[in-house]
Design a protein around this ligand. Structure first.
Ligand code: CMC
Length: 436
């Protein structure tokens, strides 16, 4: 039923159940998105809504990111992603997402300084790395280390203490890359490289990843640019699985470190951020198989095969993911710079072409997503496959922080507590062991 305007100018929708009609409020977003507010539905009608996987549910209002999946639009605080990708830096975008506006020179200088000052890990945290086996996945380490930060900075546990919040935000954003680089060094048996205050956010990370004490290491500014680009493109994506997890955990007023540690776990899964790792394995499998991408496209169409084209499809995008478009161009540029073409890039392009000309993918509007080409660039930068999702996590951190902060500052926030429709047995009674 279309919206109707009441005498006091409010938009309402009419809901009819059996022979009764109720008026329910309609909420309209900046871009004219309409939502039926069912917050009082159960109290008024006795009904709840059922929407597993939130296919059709807006869990919150948010002023951070706008996404139109039909038209392939993505904007952070109103600014199109392609403009930010071309002109901004990851640190500036982080400020934009977290504090709501593009920083002026003083604000950006102050924020960068905070990130610089908070980059080191407490020396005791370094010992945690010794407890992990060499086979540990870096996402497990990342999540555990981020959670551990809450024991080193107990002041962060008081989520109402706004004065502490800024330092907590800077600590987390800054230490993410140190934690990530240390887990890489641990996995290859090299000594940890400490952060350097004279380097930018991305250059510092590259230095911690790839320099060794035995020889000088010069950070390549072109690579710094590419890394900035990738992190910007991953920085936020409104209510995705991991961000919703951060909000879910944070809604109980859990601290920032705990909430984001949970978000990292959600990101790890192959249907979410873990897809970038899976894409590389899939491309390698196509290369090893040697018979071309069509066989894999056909396999992905067979539901009982259990195989999907990784890096393809999206819950919200029913058009080309704008981030994937930008990453595809960047992948070409990186290959030219490296002067060593990666055969997996050609396979990825051939696979994309085969899928996009197949009615199965066309009808279902399945396009390459952000994870499809990103791994090829990470690989060219020397980042190992099991670190790909960690890279995603570093990039997504400003978005997670922005959502946690937005939720904490909203006086109407309540603990997230969905309902369910019980489908188990009806009332039964306890049966003593000898009668079972
Ligand atoms: N390969 C083959 N078929 C697919 C694929 C795929 N990658 N993705 C979706 N489908 C089919 C699916 O079988 C279903 O077909 P039907 O209508 O006949 O049942 C239809 O398309 C709709 O798929 P869905 O699983 O109902 O859609 P969803 O919104 O629940 O899932 C998705 C979205 C991203 C989990 C899914 O597309 C997928 O598994 N893709 C591969 C994993 C991937 O690349 N994930 C990264 C997502 S983007 C970045 C991020 O979030 O981290």
């Amino acid at each position: 039923m279309p919206d109707k305007v009441t005498s006091n100018g409010e938009l309402k929708a009419e809901l009819r159940i059996a022979d009764k009609t109720w008026e329910v409020p309609v909420v309209v977003g900046t871009e004219d998105e309409h939502a039926i507010d069912i917050g009082k539905l159960r109290a008024q009608t006795g009904y709840v809504t059922l929407d597993p996987a939130y296919m059709n549910t807006a869990s919150t209002k948010s002023a951070i990111t706008y996404l139109d999946g039909e038209r392939g639009i993505l904007r952070y605080r109103g600014i199109p992603i392609d403009e930010l990708a071309e002109k901004s830096t990851f640190v500036e975008v982080a400020y934009l997402l977290i504090y709501g506006h593009l920083p002026n020179k003083t604000e950006l200088g102050g924020f960068s300084e905070q990130l610089t000052r908070h980059s080191m890990l407490h020396e005791d945290m370094k010992r945690f790395y010794d407890g992990y086996p060499g086979t540990a996945h870096p996402m497990a380490i990342l999540s555990a280390m981020v959670l551990s930060l809450s024991s080193f900075y107990p002041e962060a546990l008081d989520v109402k203490n706004r004065a502490e919040q800024e330092a907590t935000i800077a600590r987390l954003l800054s230490k993410m890359r140190t934690i990530a680089a240390f887990s890489f060094k641990k996995s290859i048996g090299q000594p940890f490289v400490y952060p350097k205050n004279n380097l930018s956010y991305c250059a510092n990370f590259l230095n911690m990843m790839f320099s060794v004490p035995a020889e000088p290491y010069a950070v390549d500014e072109d690579i710094v640019k590419v890394l900035n680009l990738l992190l910007i493109l991953h920085a936020d994506h409104e209510q995705n699985c991991s961000t919703s997890t951060v909000r879910q955990v944070g809604s109980s007023q859990a601290n920032l470190f705990a909430s984001i540690s949970a978000g990292i776990c959600a990101l790890w899964g192959p249907l979410h951020g873990g897809a970038n790792e899976e894409v590389l394995s899939m491309l390698q499998a196509i290369k090893d198989d040697g018979s071309g991408p069509k066989k894999f496209v056909d396999l992905a169409k067979q539901k009982d095969s259990g195989f999907r084209l990784m890096g393809f499809g999206h819950r919200v995008y029913k058009n080309y993911d704008p981030r994937a478009k930008i990453i595809k161009v960047a992948a070409d540029k990186v290959m030219q710079k490296m002067k060593q073409p990666d055969p997996l890039l050609d396979i990825a392009k051939a696979l994309e072409e085969a899928a996009l000309s197949d009615p199965y993918f066309v009808e279902r509007k399945l396009y390459p997503n952000v994870d499809f080409y990103s791994g090829i660039i990470y690989r060219a930068l020397g980042i190992p496959t099991n670190m790909f999702t960690v890279m995603f996590a570093i990039g997504r951190t400003p978005g997670w922080i922005a959502h946690w902060k937005e939720m904490m500052e909203d006086p109407t926030t309540k603990i997230f507590r969905p309902r369910q429709i019980y489908t188990g047995p009806p009332l039964g009674h306890y049966i003593p062991m000898d009668r079972r």
